[in-house]
Ligand binder design. Structure first.
Ligand SMILES: Cc1ncc(COP(=O)(O)O)c(C=O)c1O
Length: 361
């Protein structure tokens, strides 16, 4: 039996064990085909079936209507940072960005190459430890972009931002909380997410996009950067990341077997509540995000003493808890507890923290 430890990595992140075992079983031969999953042609019957099931499960889980195209692209969420403004923002036009962390900042950096960016809110004044309650949209933004979960800073929008100006559409970078809770896709123009936290391995980017928008982008862009190319060709204009799509299918099936997005919501709420409850009662550790803005995916915390943080991370590693070091811009610790992270891992961490504290570090 292979030894597995508790992996708190922010991404790529832990995957359900049943998914890994099924993928392992199909590496040498997918079903009875005699050809491994990574070796099948993307144009062949066996892979097309996988692809269709991946899309069908993706749609079923979030109730995605036929008004939306579901695309599986490459280039990560970082490519969407520029592909979206490249398609929907021209010189002289404005898009509104809700700036709640480093990833929102990166999205802005790309958007300003194409048009004007209006910062509708920002929590930079307190190192992004909260989600602003006041949002001031510009008069007629082409679209409004926000990051639903701030992976680095451990904050999360608890609901969608306030109603956006009419004529605009809502764009969400949901990389670190996609399918962690129920999602009303009809409120969005575009939702995008790198797969490597909640949906599968790195290398696939899920883009859920309203079909009228697919047709609106300019036709003189490189074909790979036009959404219509991928919508028309069922994400197979070029060779898709076949293995990633296959694992995504298994992850979607796992989510469905657990009871779907509402079950994910309960599972994630319970895990996060347990960890925050402990942080709130501890005399040694404290959460860094404001209570009202806390993320259920990335729990960031500190002791307030850098040397003690380091000692804790080192001791945790020895005890079999990996990936707890916080991002350098926040310091301290970060426990990433995405969908697949097991509840027992949170229990074990809380017990370890109690023990560490009791022994005075
Ligand atoms: C919220 C968020 N957006 C975007 C990214 C960048 O994603 P990618 O590495 O897929 O480009 C990340 C990666 O951690 C993220 O957490």
């Amino acid at each position: 039996m292979t030894r597995r430890i508790f992996n708190f990595s922010a991404g790529p992140a832990v995957l359900p064990e049943t998914v890994l075992m099924e993928a392992r079983d199909n590496l040498l031969s997918l079903g009875g085909t005699g050809i491994g999953i990574m070796e099948h042609s993307h144009r062949g019957k066996a892979f097309l079936e996988v692809y269709q099931q991946t899309e069908a499960l993706c749609r079923e889980l979030a109730g995605i209507s036929d008004d939306y195209a579901v695309l599986f692209l490459q280039g990560g969420a970082s490519t969407q940072f520029f592909q979206i403004p490249m398609n929907y923002l021209a010189k002289g036009e404005t898009a509104d960005y809700l700036v709640t962390g480093a990833w929102s900042e990166k999205a802005v950096e790309e958007a300003v190459r194409f048009g004007t960016v209006h910062t509708a809110c920002s929590s930079k004044d307190r190192n992004y430890c909260y989600i602003p309650t006041e949002v001031k949209y510009s008069a007629a933004p082409k679209y409004v972009h926000f990051t639903s979960n701030n992976t680095i800073f451990g904050t999360q929008w608890q609901t969608e931002p306030p109603a956006i100006p009419s004529g605009s559409f809502l764009v969400c970078d949901a990389s670190s909380d996609i399918y962690s809770r129920p999602l009303d896709v009809s409120k969005y123009g575009i939702i995008y997410a790198g797969a490597q936290k909640n949906l599968g391995p790195s290398g696939v980017t899920l883009v859920i996009i309203r079909k009228d928008l697919v047709e609106k982008g300019p036709k003189d862009l490189p074909v790979m950067l036009q959404y219509r190319t991928h919508a028309k060709n069922e994400s197979m204009y070029n060779t898709p990341p076949t293995f990633g799509l296959y694992v995504m299918k298994l992850v979607f099936q796992w989510i469905k077997d657990q009871g779907g997005l509402s079950a994910m919501n309960t599972r994630n709420r319970d895990k996060a509540d347990k960890l925050y409850r402990h942080l709130d009662s501890s005399k040694m550790f404290r959460a860094t995000a404001d209570q009202s803005s806390r993320s259920r995916m990335n729990v960031t915390f500190v002791t307030g003493n850098e040397a003690l943080d380091k000692k804790f991370i080192a001791a945790a590693e020895v005890a079999g808890f990996d990936g707890l070091k916080g991002h350098r811009s926040v310091g301290g610790m970060r426990a990433s507890i995405y969908n697949a992270f097991p509840p027992e891992g949170v229990d074990a961490l809380v017990n370890f923290m109690k023990d560490f504290e009791q022994k005075g570090g």
